[in-house]
Design a protein around this ligand. Structure first.
Ligand code: PLP
Length: 421
């Protein structure tokens, strides 16, 4: 097929050219004396993305699922009770993992499309006078249903109840795209992966652990080897890894952190909000419903769009892919066939997203869903026009460092890092 693929699944997300170039390197010796100069600042700078000063970032060569496992296995012991809610495929899978690891999970089931049930967490925690729950599992952004929950609220519930359980938060599809405040919210284990807001290929499972979580890891008895915090921290202290890290992904991560910092995290969050809002207006113009039941839960990284009864969401996705080279996210588990998802996170702008909205509109009409042609595109476009930043001068992107001639002695002018996106 001519032209580019439009990748709008909620992970893996589009990898910016700048990150692709940063990853395009020959392999190096990860035991060399130079290696810590790459690894140590990356581990330190990652903490800014999580908004933590006191936490410790740990990077495993795994996907986000590995970061779930690391969080559970480093801090808990067999038979420990944990409290979790289930309202989508990802919160379900994390619970399933906890059970398979030998934990006793008290599950609060909520409707798929609703956010984490804060008041039911409160009831369970207040009733737990003996503090049997050792951890609370909380999915910040449920990617399967396009629902964002209130982490600050679960922290307040723990504080109000005077409950010492660890707060573990799955931020895989929020961190780096939706505001996340590890220290302020008292998160003990904040979990993400490389292929969502961090705009990288899959392959890194990232956990930020609080001092409380690290202290518990000394007595936690669940078996672990590959995911052991102790081995990792010991090697990280000198800027090394206990086993072979993925060099390209570390170079890519260094670049993507730089990009997020250059744009400014608050601007990144505002961009995601604005893009999501335009998408939601398109969905409204199609007269379709989001899976998310109420605006308080609308996700700024993914919209899950219910198809009308009698239609199959999987067919929309297949037509979009085969006919228009557009990749949309599938409905998972009990949502299979009932919805399709547009991921709007990572390296995305208005017109890229316009491609996804236009393609979804065309594919829906192809399978017989009666949306008005152009309605979604018009609604999103008018919103983005009306909320666009004032026109500013555009600077040429700085030259890539590799293409710069060596400075002649005495030459002035400041060195610039990186090329444009
Ligand atoms: C993507 C995702 C994960 C982890 O998935 P991996 O495929 O293991 O990286 C976990 N939780 C949420 C909310 C996700 O969106």
């Amino acid at each position: 097929m001519a032209g580019r693929n439009f990748l709008f699944v909620p992970g893996p997300t589009n990898v910016p050219d700048r990150v692709l170039r940063a990853m395009h390197r020959a392999m190096e010796d990860h035991r060399s004396s130079d290696f810590p100069a790459l690894a140590a600042p990356v581990l330190e700078n990652l903490k800014k993305i999580f908004k933590t000063k006191s936490g410790h970032a740990v990077v495993f060569p795994s996907s986000g699922t590995g970061a779930w496992e690391a969080s559970l296995s480093n801090t808990l012991s067999p038979g420990n009770k944990v409290l979790a809610s289930r309202f989508g495929m990802f919160s379900h899978l994390w619970i399933d993992m906890a059970q398979r690891l030998g934990l006793q999970v008290e599950v609060i089931d909520a409707e798929w499309g609703e956010g984490a049930p804060i008041e039911r967490y409160r009831e369970a925690l207040v009733a737990d006078r003996s503090h049997a729950f050792k951890a609370v599992l909380f999915t910040h952004n449920e990617t399967a249903t396009g629902v964002t929950s209130d982490v600050a609220a679960i922290r307040r519930v723990l504080n109000d109840a005077g409950h010492p359980a660890l707060l573990m938060v799955d931020g895989v599809s929020s961190i780096g795209s939706i505001d996340f405040r590890m220290d302020e919210w008292g998160v003990d284990l904040a979990i993400t992966g490389s292929q969502k807001g961090l705009m990288l290929p899959a392959g890194l499972g990232i956990v930020c652990a609080s001092q409380k979580a690290l202290a518990l890891s000394e007595s936690a008895k669940l078996p672990r080897a590959f995911f052991d915090f102790g081995d990792m921290l010991k090697a990280n202290t000198t800027g090394y890894f206990p086993y072979t890290p993925s060099l390209p992904l570390l170079y890519g991560l260094r670049e993507s952190i730089d990009m997020l910092m250059e744009e400014g995290l608050e601007n990144v969050f505002a961009r995601h909000h604005r893009l999501a809002q335009g998408t939601r207006l398109a969905i409204q113009a199609w007269q379709l419903e989001l899976c998310a039941r109420s605006p308080q839960w609308y996700s700024n990284t993914v919209s899950a769009i219910m198809v009308p009864p009698g239609f199959n969401g999987a067919e929309v996705i297949d037509v979009a892919y085969r006919r228009y080279n557009l990749s949309l996210g599938a409905g998972l588990a009990r949502m299979a066939g009932r919805l399709f998802r547009i991921g709007h996170l990572g390296d995305v702008n208005e017109l890229m997203l316009m491609g996804a909205i236009a393609g979804a509109e065309m594919a829906m009409r192809d399978v017989g869903i009666k949306v008005t042609p152009g309605s979604g595109v018009a609604a999103a476009g008018e919103y983005w026009r009306s909320t666009a930043a004032p026109l500013a001068r555009r600077e040429l992107p700085p030259r890539a460092p590799d293409s710069q001639p060596a400075p002649s002695p005495g030459a002035k002018g400041k060195a610039t890092a990186g090329a444009g996106r």
